[in-house]
Design a protein around this ligand. Structure first.
Ligand SMILES: [Zn+2]
Length: 140
């Protein structure tokens, strides 16, 4: 596996490839549906997974759409040397279909320049206009 060049980015977007979120389903049937706006995350954890795969396929538009307007940055930058490899959900608190807010702790694994790394974060989500959005995260 190589990373960073244009062809691997196109591969990441492939609808038939396994989704980066780790569900085991094809991207097109999993987070791809959320990224295309055909489905909405029912839980904070599902939104978290879809945002991880949005980083993996570099879908800036989805990342901004799923970010609370109060904390949303102007744009999302992607490091071409960095490839997101695996998401591990450590714990989820609230964030269910009937909740208004939720917390998801996760470990996002990546490879950069031949080194493996992990981002350990506790993210906060709220329901905004009926849809789950990311508010902020605290890295551990
Ligand atoms: Zn997925």
């Amino acid at each position: 596996m190589s990373s960073g060049d244009a062809s691997s980015l196109r591969d990441n977007r492939s609808m038939a490839k396994k989704c980066a979120c780790g569900s085991g389903a094809a991207y097109g049937e999993c987070c791809g549906r959320l990224h295309r706006g055909e489905a909405q995350a029912r839980t904070a954890e599902e939104l978290m997974r879809s945002r991880f795969s949005a980083f993996a396929v570099e879908d800036e538009d989805y990342l901004l759409r799923s970010w609370h307007p109060a904390t949303r940055p102007g744009h999302v930058g992607f490091d071409p040397a960095m490839r997101w490899t695996r998401l591990e959900i450590v714990r989820a608190e609230d964030g269910g279909p009937g909740d208004g807010k939720g917390v998801v702790e996760f470990r996002a694994h990546y490879a950069a320049g031949g080194e493996d790394g992990v981002l350990h974060e506790i993210s906060r989500f709220v329901r905004h206009d009926g849809a789950w959005v990311y508010v902020r995260g605290k890295t551990l």
